[in-house]
Design a protein. Sequence first.
Length: 255
Amino acid sequence: MTKFDDCVLISDIPGSGKSSTLREIYLKLLGVNPTVWHAFVDLKEHLKELQEDFDNFSQFFVVKILKLSGLDLLFFLELYKDEKVRIFLDGFDEISPVCKENCIKLMKLFESNQIWLTTRTHLECELKKKLETEAFELKPLNKEKQVEFLCEFWKHAGNYSKNSQDFATKIVEQLEKLVGSWWDSENLIGLPLQLRMLGEICGNNQINSDILSGNLKFIEIYRKFVDCKLEILVKEKGKLGEEANKLSSLNSANF
């Protein structure tokens, strides 16, 4: 492997699909070559371990992060020596400064095997310099892919009908008209997270009626977007605790 091959950095803005893309790549590569060990690690799930000091890669990462033991541990170490290990690290930007430093140290100890890493753009320059690599960005979805995404989302949710294709096209066209004059609509609704939220809020009958009639108001979309973001933050990130109720109350008061 070249130095560039040793570390693949995916850097992009929030909602661009970094985590989903990384997991999809992981799952695809998982079935390509069974003689290579693949491991997917959500970094924010290992904050406690990443605050610890360490000098030995195998003792720390393999035992404390992957939690391998017995034959699995021996098999991993053999593949590691043969440079047949790929580690996928997701969410570098979501961990603390101490954890970040230890994570970088960890990656530098991971010699001659391959690491895939996701982060937001504000940390891109630092990681490129410290890891001696380049960064890949994800392109926003174009109009055709936006319509396709919405239709697939509704199919998965059990809300797809014979009119869904036309309805999705209408949504995209209406939003292009709303934001096209002052914002790049592809960067706004071409992000998977935004499209997912759009697919969710379009289950509202009033929203649907406004879209079809051409009377869609951007403030209503924004309010629904904020509601969806709060729900994702509370349910999927799971880190807010009692602050979640305060944020929900504040959001309700503002709208």
